[in-house]
Every structure is written in C-alpha cells, then in structure tokens.
Design a protein around this ligand. Sequence first.
Ligand code: HEM
Length: 141
Amino acid sequence: MTPEQIKLVQESLSKVAPISDEAAMLFYDRLFEIAPQLKALFPADMTEQRRKLMSTLVIVVSGLSDLPSILPAASALATRHVAYGAKAEHYPVVGQALLWTLEKGLGKDWTADVAAAWLAAYTTLSSFMINQAYGRPQAAE
Ligand code: HEM
C-alpha cells in the first residue's frame, strides 16, 4: 500500500465511525445475504460482535502506517478464527461485504481511489491472516 492509500483508508474509516453500529449491522446483513451458510458460525446475539468488529477495524486501520505493530494481534486473531470455523475461502466473501458496506456508508466519498485503497488494505490483512492460520496455499492443492 502507498502512504496515500493508507491515508485514504484511515480518513474514510473515520467518516464511517459516527455510524459504526449501523455500518456493522449493514455489514452482517450483507454478509449473511451473500453467504447465508456463515450465519450459523456467529452467536445469535450480534450486539457484542458488532462492537468488537468495529473496534478491531479501527485498531487495524490505524496500524496500517506501522504494519509490524499490528501483525502479532492479526496473527492471534487469525488463529482464533480457525476455532470459529472460518476457512480461507471465507475471507474474500467477508472482504466483499466489507467493501459493499463502506460504499453504502461513504456514498459520494466512495471514489475509485478509495475503493482501490480498501481493496489493497483488505488484501494485505486477509492474506497475512490466511497465511498465519492455514499456511501458504500450495499450487497443487
Ligand atoms: C480481516 C478479516 C476479519 C476481521 C478483522 C475479523 C474480526 C473479528 C473480531 C474482532 C471478532 C471478535 C472475536 C475475536 O476478537 O476473536 C470476530 C469474530 C468472529 N469472526 Fe471474524 N474477522 C475477520 C474475518 C472473518 C471471516 C473470514 C470469518 C468467516 C466466517 C469470520 C467469522 C467470525 C466468527 C464466526 C466470529 C465469532 C465467533 C464467536 O463469537 O462465537 N471472521 N471477527
């Protein structure tokens, strides 16, 4: 990610922060719409889950300018997700729901540059988490 992309991601997340609970609601509704099979993995009461997701996003996004500072926490998060039943192939669908939510939340501020910056951020984080949790996928598999 370029420093400019990191700035775009940080600025756009701060615009969504005032509506973070609505954004999280939108995110899970969208996720369960495009991947209904994932609903069973989550607790019935999603109140706490929404809060944790948004606070983690804020921490990760603020750490983008100093990646080594967030990698240990991202690695532990990835390992916990194995126990939650998350699989490597679920990460792209979660990313799709996240970007869709940001697009809805940001409206006219969702520009092509902001979209590209978020895609780069999610790809960086999710590739690292997948690699930590499941190892590097083999071409032959
Ligand atoms: C970069 C991507 C992701 C981030 C930042 C993220 C973040 C979080 C956070 C902060 C929690 C709260 C619990 C904890 O801290 O351990 C959580 C729980 C959970 N996540 Fe994720 N997550 C991501 C990807 C995924 C994916 C791909 C799945 C696949 C289905 C998933 C499924 C779950 C489930 C099922 C729980 C709740 C488990 C429970 O409380 O019983 N997450 N996630």
